[in-house]
Design a protein around this ligand. Structure first.
Ligand code: CA
Length: 238
């Protein structure tokens, strides 16, 4: 087994509907000291991917309710940049191309050796750590600092207590300063693939967030009418 004790355990989401592959993969990754969350349905997998931070997501392409490609698209739409590795059946070039179009980092063709998969995972994580798309440990924008490793927010150096939903919304906005983030992306990122939550729920969280960040006027977290919100770096610095 390829293990490297100097490497800290990683958290992996595996979405795969073939039970034997799911079991094999989980057993292998756990044997290498990693933490594995599994799902065997696409919709369920997406929900988990958006709710929980993983180091990497391994997605089968053909899945019940939502394909791996659809999961990847929804993750990227929601601003989630967790590395994605696709599992695909032999010869499905179109899947592979769609997968890369949806923001995949790599793919592996079934049947595969778990050892090769682990090596690929490690290569993706190395690239990701060195690359520009790295999850920033610390998001800083004007007076606002958000720690990605732990839910900690500072405003002008003072800690601000945020609810998990407020934290997720702020993180998405800070990851893309100046860019408009749609309400539906925000809903997906905090509630997962749920149609029961209306856009009003997001507005309420943003209202509280603004109050906590002394931005009642909405100059820093700006409303983009009919669409969503954006974080204005210039207003934040002013
Ligand atoms: Ca499948």
């Amino acid at each position: 087994m390829v293990t490297d004790d100097s490497r800290s355990p990683i958290s992996v989401l595996v979405v795969e509907d073939e039970q034997n592959i799911l079991n094999l993969l989980s057993a292998y990754l756990e044997g290498a000291g990693h933490r594995v969350v599994r799902a065997s349905d696409g919709g369920e997998g997406l929900k988990i991917a958006l709710e929980v931070e993983f180091d990497i997501c391994i997605l089968d392409v053909m899945l019940p309710t939502k394909s791996g490609v659809e999961i990847a698209e929804a993750m990227r739409d929601a601003g989630c940049d967790t590395p994605i590795l696709f599992l695909t059946a032999l010869g499905n070039e179109s899947d592979i191309l769609r997968g890369f179009g949806a923001g995949a980092d790599d793919y592996i063709v079934k049947p595969f050796s778990p050892r090769v998969l682990l090596v690929r995972i490690e290569a993706i994580l190395r690239r990701h750590q060195n690359g520009p798309s790295n999850h920033d440990q610390l998001l800083v924008c004007g007076p606002v600092q958000l720690d990605n490793a732990q839910p900690l927010c500072l405003f002008d150096g003072d800690p601000v207590e945020l609810t998990p939903h407020e934290y997720r919304i702020l993180r998405q906005l800070l990851r893309h300063p100046g860019r408009v983030i749609g309400r539906h992306s925000l809903i997906a990122s905090i509630y997962g693939d749920e149609d029961t939550v209306g856009p009003k729920a997001i507005d309420v969280h943003v209202h509280h967030l603004r109050a906590k960040l002394r931005d009642e006027a909405g100059e820093m977290i700006q409303t983009v009418r009919g669409f969503g919100y954006k974080f204005s770096p210039s207003a934040a610095r002013a």
